[in-house]
Design a protein around this ligand. Structure first.
Ligand code: SAM
Length: 289
């Protein structure tokens, strides 16, 4: 008789989700974190970093589409995009779907995450790794933005782990000050800000920090099934007003021109507009609430 093998997510001490494991594919202790990839019974292949769900084949489209298409289409003329983290390649693939993007630089601290995701989760990044517009750098995002040339990017997407461990530097004043310098006029930065129902400090504290370096700070929502606890928030900080309120017809026209329309499974122009309407328990975590 085989005994079932379960993996419990360890994000919260007193509550969490578990996955029935069909087959472990990789278990590596890199220089930065514990990396586990396994075949689950319900969500396809799953990757945990230090016991926290990062991505599942079944629901990755929700998060990657919202973290990528919202800022690029809100900007409206993004040509140069910086991606920090995102070692699975999912954000890079979505950025390169935008036909007018000329350059996508991705800075991931852990080369082992890239290696293992390319081997065991190949569909997530697809052929983005070979795209001539892509430059993949293995390094610390904070070092890259500190050295970066002023006004060298239009959008920065921070797809990092939570602000603990190696990810912590990506939520600091030093990082946001450098990001503001790197962004051209009209630029914006987005980053994952956790699930406020369980991690309200993350949204509140990082939004207050972003507000010290950007005049327009907000957040928008995505319902990611495996980021348990209700809505996932994506932080948003811009140099110009109104990027969080671009009319649906404009977003739709931009998506059509970019070659995105009809190629998504979660993002739509209507959902883009709706994602910025926050319930009070989340809106009250933002500055000026
Ligand atoms: N999209 C999924 C999500 O947001 O949960 C996956 C996120 S992706 C796997 C998170 C990545 O951020 C990890 O691969 C981690 O190595 C990387 N990361 C953490 N701190 C970093 C830093 N300081 N510089 C660059 N990458 C970093």
């Amino acid at each position: 008789m085989t005994t079932d093998c379960w993996v419990n997510e360890t994000l919260y001490d007193a509550w969490g989700q578990r996955f029935l494991v069909q087959r472990e594919l990789a278990r590596v202790r890199s220089a930065f974190q514990d990396i586990m990839i396994f075949e689950s019974a319900t969500h396809g292949r799953v990757m945990l970093l230090d016991g926290v769900v990062q991505i599942t084949e079944r629901d990755e489209f929700v998060y990657q589409e919202m973290l990528t298409h919202v800022p690029l289409l809100a900007h409206g003329a993004a040509r140069r995009v910086l991606i920090i983290g995102a070692g699975d390649g999912g954000v890079l693939r979505r950025v390169l779907m935008h036909r007018d993007v000329e350059r996508a630089v991705m800075v991931e601290i852990d080369g082992e995450v890239i290696r293992l995701c390319r081997e065991h989760l190949p569909a997530i990044g697809g052929d983005a790794w070979e795209d001539p517009r892509a430059q993949v750098i293995v390094g610390d995002g904070i070092d890259y933005v500190r050295r970066g040339a002023p006004a060298s990017f239009d959008v920065i997407v921070v797809d990092s782990t939570d602000p603990i461990g190696v990810g912590e530097v990506l939520f600091t004043d030093a990082f946001y000050a450098s990001a503001a310098r790197l962004l051209a006029v009209g630029g914006l930065i987005v980053n994952q800000c956790g699930v406020p129902f369980m991690q309200s400090d993350e949204l509140r504290q990082t939004s207050a920090r972003r507000a010290r370096h950007f005049p327009h700070v907000g957040a928008y929502l995505a319902a990611v099934p495996t980021y348990v606890g209700g809505f996932m928030t994506l932080g948003f900080a811009a140099k110009r007003p109104g990027l969080d309120a671009v009319p649906r017809v404009t977003i739709e026209a931009r998506a059509r021109a970019a070659g995105i329309l009809g190629r998504t499974r979660y993002w739509t122009p209507a959902l883009h507009e709706a994602a910025f309407w926050l319930p009070p328990y989340i809106a009250e975590q933002l500055p000026h609430a």
